[in-house]
Write a protein that binds this ligand. Structure first.
Ligand code: ZN
Length: 159
């Protein structure tokens, strides 16, 4: 089995209409360890095999990005069950998803008796476009492989 790679890259993320959502240019580049799901699958698949200095435009369908919007993740909660009284659209809460994981939910609607909360990722259902520039590709260190994530430049521990 060959050593997995750690890929460091800059990216600009745009939605399907071309609106910029995020960019790492001018900031710290992002690093990921291949094969562990540190970045969305559609991005990792299309970056596989790129070399230092390569630039690529990558389109990722929603299903290979943050998934489709799941209707059963959008629920109505009686206001009385929520700890906070003054709730507005856009508020975010940490909620117990019932299987031991904590998820972030976003308030998408409020009326007199109920609050609508959406547990989908904010980018669920969206096709995404990335402009990537590969800063570095190197073999993962033993620590990184054991930890299952990328460390800083050169594999130095930074957490
Ligand atoms: Zn670590």
């Amino acid at each position: 089995m060959s050593t997995p790679k750690v890929v460091t890259f800059h990216y600009t993320l745009k939605d399907s209409k071309g609106t910029q959502l995020e960019s790492s240019f001018g900031d710290e580049p992002m690093s990921y360890l291949e094969g562990v799901g540190q970045v969305i699958p559609g991005l990792e698949d299309q970056m596989h095999g790129l070399n230092k200095g390569d630039k690529k435009m990558i389109s990722v369908k929603a299903a290979d990005a943050y998934g489709e919007v799941e209707k059963d993740m959008i629920v109505q909660v009686p206001r009385a069950q929520l700890p906070k009284k003054d709730i507005v659209v856009g508020d975010q809460f940490h909620a117990d998803s019932g299987n031991g994981h904590v998820q972030v939910v976003t308030v998408t609607g409020v009326n007199d008796t109920h609050v609508t909360v959406d547990g989908n990722h904010p980018l669920a259902g969206q096709d995404l476009n990335f402009d990537v520039e590969v800063v570095d590709v190197r073999d993962a260190t033993k620590d990184e492989i054991e930890h299952g994530h990328a460390h800083g430049p050169g594999g130095h521990h930074h957490h």
